[in-house]
Design a protein around this ligand. Structure first.
Ligand code: PLP
Length: 379
């Protein structure tokens, strides 16, 4: 079965006892057992829940993986992967990361003796050079946040294979509709399902997908032992979102391409970062490993802090908010919002300038979106 079909049917067969076409919300904490030591498949909802199981099956299918695990947030999913490591281990990570992921590495795990080296995500050689005897994991995001740089997943997966360590890819920005890292050689996919997968800005969730049984068992152990599991309602919302992922992603991309082309020609815009533009640095790699370029754009405004302030104060349709991947268009200011936890020097070193704005292009009418950007830019 192909993607659109899997998204609607895999893990979501009609309910056996009632015939309900939609997977029910199994709002229960525990399950009757037929006898001591004879559960019917579920024992306790931290360990497993039928609504969550449906979501985990669907997510694995969409990523082309064998095993899926759902979490209460994207950061909880990331933590569960890092929990497979131990004190003294070393991670090499791409440097243009979600701010919260950087915070996990530096403020949560560093004090437990996990060391992370950051390298340019779009330079596979830099990953190789940063590997040490104690390196146990490579980690990257692509397209990156907020600069939309493109990492060559196949090339970094080869580096990981040579070093005999797993590569984890945060696939939140592309979604499995446009990019499937496991098929490109990665061992682990991480998601914030809060974004495109759920797609309606109404739930927080995360996921890990892998085909490696040992990794799955280790992450699953942590999921149950530490318990950052999503409730059944949240799983249900993500499942509902998944069904329309394909149609939504096609339209997100079409709208983003429309805006990126126009922004590129606008005199008040200094630079546009969108891998779908032929002149973009990551375009060739993106074309090789993705089937589309997604709905995220970042833009450097011309005219300094005043222009940035004016742009945000004039915006009418785009909503100023963190997050991305919902049906409504959002705009954010990474230096103060998503990447506010990075020191300014660190931000600038990574190319996140003070005049950078990030757009999550939604599903509104293209012309309405452009009209709003145009009037906010002034001209
Ligand atoms: C939002 C996000 C996360 C964190 O996910 P939450 O659901 O907010 O915990 C991780 N990675 C990327 C790329 C994100 O955009």
């Amino acid at each position: 079965m192909r993607f659109e079909t899997l998204a609607i049917h895999r893990g979501q067969e009609p309910d056996e006892s009632t015939g309900a076409v939609t997977v029910p919300v199994y709002q229960t904490s525990t399950y009757q057992q037929d006898g001591v030591g004879k559960p019917r498949g579920f024992e306790y909802s931290r360990t497993g829940n039928p609504t969550r199981a449906a979501l985990e099956t669907a997510l694995a299918a969409l990523e082309g993986g064998r095993h899926g695990l759902a979490f209460s947030s994207g950061v909880a999913a990331s933590c569960a992967v890092l929990e497979t490591l131990k004190a003294g281990d070393h991670v090499v990570a791409g440097d243009d990361l979600y701010g919260g992921t950087y915070r996990i590495f530096e403020k949560v795990y560093a004090k437990w003796g996990l060391k992370t080296t950051y390298v340019a995500a779009d330079d596979p050689g830099a990953f190789r050079r940063a590997i040490q005897a104690n390196t146990r994991l490579l980690w990257l995001e692509t397209p990156t946040n907020p600069l939309l740089r493109v990492a060559d997943v196949r090339a970094v997966a080869r580096v990981a294979a040579e070093a005999r360590v797993p590569l984890a890819v945060d696939n939140t920005f592309a979604s499995p509709y446009f990019q499937r890292p496991l098929e490109l050689g990665a061992s682990i996919v991480v998601h914030s399902t809060t974004k495109y997968l759920a797609g309606h800005s109404d739930v927080i969730g995360g996921a890990v997908v892998t085909s490696d049984r040992r990794i799955w068992e280790a992450v699953k152990f942590h999921q149950n032992a530490a318990g950052a599991v999503p409730g059944p309602w949240d799983c249900w919302l993500v499942l509902r979102g998944l069904k329309t992922l394909a149609v939504r992603m096609r339209e997100h991309e079409s709208n983003a391409l429309h805006l990126a082309r126009r922004l590129l020609k606008h005199p008040k815009v200094a630079a546009v970062h969108y891998p779908g533009l032929p002149g973009d640095k990551g375009h060739r790699t993106a074309k090789r490993q993705m089937s589309g370029f997604g709905g995220m754009i970042s833009v450097e405004l011309a005219g300094g802090p005043k222009a940035v302030h004016r742009f945000f104060s004039r915006m009418r349709l785009f909503i100023l908010a963190e997050s991305l991947g919902g049906v409504e268009s959002l705009v954010c200011y990474p230096p103060a919002m998503t990447h506010g936890s990075l020191p300014r020097e660190e931000r600038l070193r990574r190319g996140i300038k003070d005049d950078l704005v990030r757009l999550s292009v939604g599903l509104e009418n293209k012309q309405d979106l452009w009209d709003d950007l145009k009037q906010a830019l002034g001209g």
